[in-house]
Design a protein around this ligand. Structure first.
Ligand SMILES: C[S@@+](CC[C@H](N)C(=O)[O-])C[C@H]1O[C@@H](n2cnc3c(N)ncnc32)[C@H](O)[C@@H]1O
Length: 211
């Protein structure tokens, strides 16, 4: 049965274009670092149209990419051949991953934990499908560092986010959620992207180890 919660045809087309512009403006460098050094069986959750695929190192045996939005998933499937590692793109959602426990050596989320409906459930599922000691690599925009900017972010989340931004939330405290889910953050870089203080510019990139 069709699940319309994940159909965002306008956002999907707009995002594909915007992501290219963000990569040209420098985000691509963060994508490269995000996946550098990974190996074995890797899961990417909310892979979108596959902008990370070209950057995976050849030490990855198999990349399994989960994407619930139909247009983005089809676009990602069209990019498999150009990836340097074997990739399969499957339908699914972070809160209920269609895999057995301890299936993956590493998981990757890029600008996804802002969009999932239930961040706690998504992280619990990622924890479940990783091997003990497995790594979660993340690149996410997060809650700002001042009260006024947080208020602006919460207003955007209550108004524009659900309708225009594909369900994106900009006021989430994603690092705390990652640690609450049973991960220890071992590598962390905080940065502004773009390099200006806007509601969506507060980013974190790093790695967390599964307990
Ligand atoms: C801003 S896009 C990021 C896409 C891509 N990861 C990237 O790096 O550009 C957010 C992505 O999260 C996906 N998404 C939203 N809710 C999701 C969920 N519950 N489970 C898995 N993916 C989800 C969207 O379909 C979309 O592909």
């Amino acid at each position: 049965m069709r699940d319309d919660r994940f159909r965002h045809p306008f956002f999907a087309r707009f995002y594909t274009w915007v992501a290219g512009a963000m990569d040209d403006a420098g985000l691509v460098g963060h994508r490269r670092v995000l996946v550098a050094g990974l190996h074995g069986q890797v899961l990417e959750v909310g892979a979108g149209h596959g902008p990370n695929f070209p950057h995976y190192p050849r030490t990855v045996d198999q990349l399994t990419a989960v994407e619930p939005e139909p247009h983005l998933r089809r676009t990602a499937q069209g990019r498999i051949a150009a990836a340097p590692v074997p990739v399969s793109v499957v339908d699914g959602r972070a809160e209920r991953l269609p895999f057995e426990a301890a299936r993956f050596d590493a998981a990757v989320v890029a600008l996804v934990l802002c969009s999932v409906a239930d961040q706690g459930a998504a992280l619990a599922e990622i924890h479940r499908v990783l091997v003990p000691g497995g790594r979660l690599r993340f690149l996410e925009h997060v809650r700002a560092d001042t009260v006024w900017m947080c208020r602006t972010q919460r207003w955007i989340d209550a108004t524009l986010g659900p309708r225009l931004l594909g369900g994106c939330h900009c006021a989430r405290d994603t690092l705390t959620a990652i640690e609450r889910a049973g991960f220890t953050v071992t590598v962390l870089e905080n940065f502004l992207f773009p390099n200006a203080r806007t509601p969506h510019s507060f980013h974190v990139r790093g790695e967390a180890a599964r307990s």
